[in-house]
Ligand binder design. Structure first.
Ligand code: AHR
Length: 510
């Protein structure tokens, strides 16, 4: 099977358009120089009570015919373990600001059924609550990012949730947690104080939210050494005012400010563009709009440099990814979309940008993990498919906790009219295992490029790793053909290194 696939890819690579003469990428670095750590949490995921993101996607219940471990589907658990998911954010999103944690604890059959007013108006059974979330991340070997309800909750409710999760001795709430089956406190890595306060989280102004954050965070307490990193809910897209106001007005109990950015091919919420069968113009627009996040992050980080020159406040991109028109015949409130080679390339472009800003960007969460927006995994009852985005995460896992290496890159442009992006972007890092890694992504769907490396500090002759590419821009995996697009082995002498059109390559330099 693997050999067949290898042959198929050799044929595919041979059928790629010939390299245009002037398509040369030059990369220069000194392998002895080091940049900031690429925090593993840059590879975080987001799982909201939305569509089939949790129910069916993760949780099927102990009595399900779908093979499961205490209610969590085994195929999804195994797939997520394989890409080393480091962190999961839950329960929202917009859902977080309507979530009341008490409704999701205690005997499952006694929990209240509510309406999920944000997403599809469907029944929310509260079967998946605090205990189930922590059991899920523990089964994955991941850390927990819990998002609190500031929009429609209260200071007391948020403070009590924190105590319920982290309390040790002498706490009535910790005792209640024990009665519900959990002796040891839960470990929370990050706690979000509200979500999108500028919109679904309460339509606030940043000044008002900053005051509320100061108030709420005052009462968030945990035993010594157990306090999670606290996240202030920030702005989105080109806006920098939230980062500016929050970093000026919140002086205590803040570890980071969050930021959201979605790629809409047509930049229009009423006509976002299709997930499949799109034109090259839409491919280009998707790349150009994705690449914009580099400017937007830089503009926000400039505000942080002004207001927090010591670098104490981190910048967390805790929602990002592609957002397309809903699939015909699917509930539009479920945000289910197909995922193609284009999404895999988008993910790699984002990773390379996050690595470039790794000093302050220490955590991000793609939206979302299963069955929602730019998902890793799609399910249809007992069937599961791994998306091209999943494979980019798998290829890039060597960058988790790697030490970045500063580099210079000179790339041809991928251009349409007066707009352009660099065709090729890259990352260079020394992995936790001491090996030297290079990632390359080519956004140009027509032209491959020669890559010339000028490396100081180490002698490397071969590039050995994996490539993800296909002939069609919208190549994808389906329930009928789940292995249509997968990474395959890639090896090249360094003096003959080439990156094909529309591809992602991650190699060890040997
Ligand atoms: O990820 C879907 C939604 O997008 C989230 O609930 C919200 O925070 C954002 O607007």
């Amino acid at each position: 099977m693997k050999l067949k696939r290898l042959l198929a890819v050799s044929v595919l690579l041979a059928s790629q358009p010939l390299l245009a003469k002037d398509h040369k990428v030059e990369i220069e670095f000194d392998a002895d120089k080091t940049g900031p750590l690429i925090h593993k949490d840059i590879y975080g995921q987001f799982a909201e009570h939305l569509g089939r993101g949790i129910y069916e996607g993760v949780w099927v219940g102990e009595d399900s015919d779908i093979p499961n471990t205490r209610g969590f589907r085994n195929d999804v658990l195994n797939a997520l373990r394989d890409i080393k998911v480091p962190l999961v954010r839950w329960p929202g999103g917009c859902f977080a600001d309507e979530y009341h944690w008490r409704e999701g604890i205690g005997p499952r059959d006694e929990r209240p059924v509510k309406v999920n007013t944000h997403w599809g108006g469907v029944e929310e059974p509260n079967t998946f609550g605090t205990h189930e979330f922590f059991e899920f991340v523990e089964l994955l070997g991941a850390d927990a990012y819990v998002n609190g309800n500031l929009g429609s909750g209260s200071v007391q409710e948020m403070a009590e949730w924190m105590e319920y999760m982290t309390g040790e001795k002498g706490s009535t709430l910790a005792e209640e947690r024990r009665k519900n089956g959990r002796e040891e406190p839960f470990e929370i890595a990050y706690f979000g104080v509200g979500n999108e306060a500028w919109g679904c989280g309460g339509n606030m102004r940043p000044e008002y939210y900053a005051d509320l954050y100061r108030q709420y965070s005052t009462f968030l307490k945990a035993p010594s050494g157990k306090m999670p990193k606290l996240v202030a809910s920030g702005g989105h897209s080109e806006d920098t005012s939230w980062t500016d106001v929050l970093s000026k007005n919140i002086e205590q109990k803040i570890d980071g400010i969050s930021y959201h950015y979605y790629t809409l091919p047509n930049s229009d919420w009423d006509n976002k563009g299709r997930a499949i069968q799109f034109s090259e113009d839409e491919w280009f627009n998707t790349m150009a709009r994705t690449y914009k996040i580099d400017d937007y992050i830089s503009a926000n980080l400039a505000k942080l440099e002004e207001n927090d020159p010591d670098g104490d406040i981190k910048f967390y991109v805790d929602e990002w990814g592609t957002w397309y028109d809903p699939e015909p015949e699917r509930d539009p409130g479920f945000l289910y979309q197909q995922n193609t080679l284009r999404d895999a390339v988008v993910a790699a472009v984002n990773f390379n940008i996050f690595h470039d800003h790794a000093e302050r960007v220490t955590m991000t969460n793609i939206a979302q993990m299963v069955n929602v927006l730019q998902a890793m995994i799609l399910t249809d009852k007992e069937k599961m498919v791994l998306t091209p985005t999943y494979h980019t995460y798998g290829m890039y896992k060597v960058f988790q906790n790697a030490t970045s290496i500063p580099f210079e890159i000179d790339s041809p442009k991928y251009q349409k009219g007066d707009k352009s992006v660099p065709a090729v972007t890259a990352s260079v890092a020394r992995g936790e295992n001491g090996k030297l890694y290079l990632a390359l992504v080519n956004m140009d769907p027509e032209n491959g490029a020669e890559v010339s490396l000028d490396i100081d500090g180490v002698k490397a002759e071969r590039a050995v790793g994996q490539i993800l590419t296909a002939e069609a821009m919208d190549a994808r995996n389906t329930f009928d053909n789940p292995e249509a697009l997968e990474p395959v082995a890639f090896a090249s002498d360094l003096d003959e290194l080439e990156i094909p059109a529309k591809s992602v390559v991650v190699v060890e330099l040997q």
